[in-house]
Design a protein around this ligand. Structure first.
Ligand code: GLU
Length: 343
């Protein structure tokens, strides 16, 4: 009764940070390098011939992807990386950008404001659902669905739209440790077919959740989705979130440890579309996927695994990516919820 959408109950307390002198963090190590190397190759071999899933077509340019592409990279918080398959093949980051832009916005706006304005709960509905907004009294629900992602992008700092783009582009590039390039063809293709995201933007404006021009926000969001990455990039971006916001190779503090933690929390509950619960149950780590076929998964304190393979399941997650991540999560001891008895 109390959580009826028209009467949303705020989380019962705000945490007084001053009570905390220091915060404990997830620890533990990855297995040794030779084991990881072997497992990465073995996992590639196990799933390379899988043929299930469909390449996304609703953004016309994405339909040109080769369904055989399959790349894997694991990057550790100590700066090592292990890859197999097409780990250098670039693809558009798509929805995976939501997690990193969210971390950047948490870093500038802070935990409480972002939580209040964007929300952190799962909708149980598709990523571009309009019904989810209506069912929840106009609330965006979380930053990993398009409504919340558009609202998050609308909070990016900058006096002009160019400044805002610069903030996003520089921020995502700092996560990767290199200058990420825009895929113009994917960008143009999505802009030409973007009516749904534009409608979501306008609906959010009508509810007062976007206070700047929704068309510009949608354009900016589409641009952030069109940045090109490989699994080598994504894994190091994820490893930065696993490392308290510090890039394991460049040493740059890209976002604060608190912003990294906040991004990982929402990835855990909402990062894998409607299958987020299944994902957490099977894999036990925060993850975020995108319609081009990328998935990034984070083991806090240890590192990050990125996979790329374009054929998707019905929820929009890469089929080979799910299989490979589940296998590696078990083989490399990455699941956050597994433990053994203290002897
Ligand atoms: N740019 C895509 C959209 O907003 C991203 C979708 C996704 O990767 O889930 O429709």
């Amino acid at each position: 009764m109390s959580n009826h959408p028209e009467n949303p109950v705020p989380f019962p307390y705000k945490y007084d940070q001053t009570q905390l002198e220091s915060e404990a963090v997830s620890t533990g190590d990855l297995p040794e390098a030779s084991i990881i190397e072997k497992m990465m190759q073995k996992t590639y071999d196990m799933y390379a011939d899988l043929t299930s899933g469909e390449v996304a077509r609703y953004i016309p340019r994405l339909a040109d992807a080769d369904p055989r592409w399959f790349g894997l990279t694991l990057a550790s918080t100590t700066g090592s990386a292990f890859s197999s398959g097409d780990s250098r093949q670039e693809f558009s980051i798509q929805s995976i950008s939501k997690a990193f832009v969210y971390a950047l916005v948490c870093d500038t706006r802070g935990h409480d404001e972002v939580r209040e304005r964007i929300g952190v709960n799962n909708t149980g509905l598709p990523f571009n659902s309009v019904i989810a907004i209506e069912l929840n009294a106009g609330h965006t629900m979380n930053p990993m669905v398009n409504a919340g992602a558009l609202a998050t992008t609308s909070l990016v700092p900058g006096a002009s739209w160019d400044d805002k783009w610069d903030f996003i582009h520089r921020g995502l590039s700092s996560f990767a440790g290199r200058d990420l390039l825009l895929d113009d063809e994917v960008y143009t293709s999505e802009m030409e077919t973007n009516l749904r995201n534009l409608s979501i933007g306008r609906l959010l404006q009508s509810y007062g959740h976007i206070t700047v021009d929704p068309e510009c926000v949608t354009e900016l969001y589409t641009r952030q989705c069109s940045l090109r990455v490989s699994t080598e990039d994504l894994a190091i971006m994820g490893a930065t979130l696993a490392n308290g916001g510090v890039h394991p190779v460049t040493g740059a503090q890209v976002v604060s440890a608190a912003a990294s933690r906040d991004a990982l929390s929402v990835m855990a509950t909402t990062g894998m579309y409607e299958a987020s619960g299944d994902w957490l149950f099977e894999i036990g780590m925060p993850g975020k996927s995108g319609v081009a076929g990328g998935i990034v998964t984070i083991a806090p304190g240890k590192g990050s695994l990125a996979t790329f393979s374009p054929p998707l399941d019905s929820a929009g997650n890469s089929v080979r990516g799910i299989h490979a991540t589940r296998h590696l999560s078990r083989k490399l001891g990455l699941n956050l919820f597994s433990s053994t008895a203290r002897l």
